[in-house]
Design a protein around this ligand. Structure first.
Ligand SMILES: [Zn+2]
Length: 253
């Protein structure tokens, strides 16, 4: 069975209304930021790289004044992808592949620390990130890294165990990771295609949406995987689920 680790990349606090626009502003909520490490016989794969560690000590310097007033970084020193790998006795150079679900700052902030890895990103996402008026921060992703662009479904090692699935909508080229390493074991790392179980159960979209129809479609796909195929979903920012699962250095399962 593939070893999987959930890496704590800190916590962010902001108004609950941004997550659930159908609820009135004024209540704060704190959400986890995560990265996952998957150890496959052919490579060590990271799914997302969290927020850059500079944001822990210098949030305004890293995130900018506008974003830093909208949200509060609630992370401790050590809540970043490189420190979390170190807890497993692993160096960044040992990571062979990085998958970015998308290019928001809390999913690719640690990209620069993996210059040896192959980065798997949907070409639609890169196109948006390189295009005009995009909401992305070049400091997070725009480094001399080995980006391999993919379109839609992509089987990372060609054996069906790790498959990228397009879950567009939150951003133009958002992707999730489908993991299947046994007859009965199927799980999906949703990224921000679904922030929390509540979004899935109540069929709510968050404030941050590129295309609502596409995101609803992705949410339906994930719901079908869970309800029809018994797939376990690991949500992008679900604090309840995060508290219930095991984190590195313990393995997820
Ligand atoms: Zn996010």
């Amino acid at each position: 069975m593939m070893q999987i680790y959930a890496l704590c990349c800190g916590f962010l606090e902001f108004d609950r209304h941004t997550f659930f626009p159908d609820q009135a502003p004024g209540t704060r909520m704190t959400i986890p930021v995560s990265s996952y490490l998957l150890i496959h016989p052919k490579g060590r794969v990271l799914f997302d790289t969290g927020v850059h560690r500079q944001a822990i000590t210098d949030p305004i310097g890293r995130l900018g004044e506008r974003r830093a007033t909208r949200l509060t970084v609630r992370s401790q020193v050590g809540d970043d992808v490189v420190c979390q790998l170190a807890r497993l006795g692993m160096r960044p150079t040992e990571i062979t592949h990085v998958i970015n679900s998308h290019f928001h700052f809390d999913h690719c902030g640690g990209n620069e620390f993996f210059p040896q890895a192959t980065f798997l990103v949907q070409s639609r996402e890169m196109e948006r990130a390189r295009g005009p008026d995009n909401p992305y921060e070049p400091r997070d992703f725009d480094h001399p890294l080995h980006y391999q662009l993919v379109d839609g479904d992509y089987d990372v090692f060609g054996d069906g165990q790790l498959v990228l699935i397009p879950t567009y909508g939150h951003t133009p080229g958002h992707q999730s990771l489908w993991v299947r390493d046994g007859q009965a074991t199927q799980l999906v790392l949703t990224g921000d295609a679904c922030y929390t179980q509540e979004h899935l159960d109540r069929d709510v979209l968050p404030q941050s949406v590129w295309n609502a129809d596409a995101m609803s479609h992705s949410l339906t796909t994930l719901r079908n995987l869970r309800d029809t195929h018994g797939t376990t979903l690991f949500y992008g920012h679900d604090s309840g689920q995060w508290q219930a699962i095991r984190h590195a250095p313990e393995s997820l399962r």
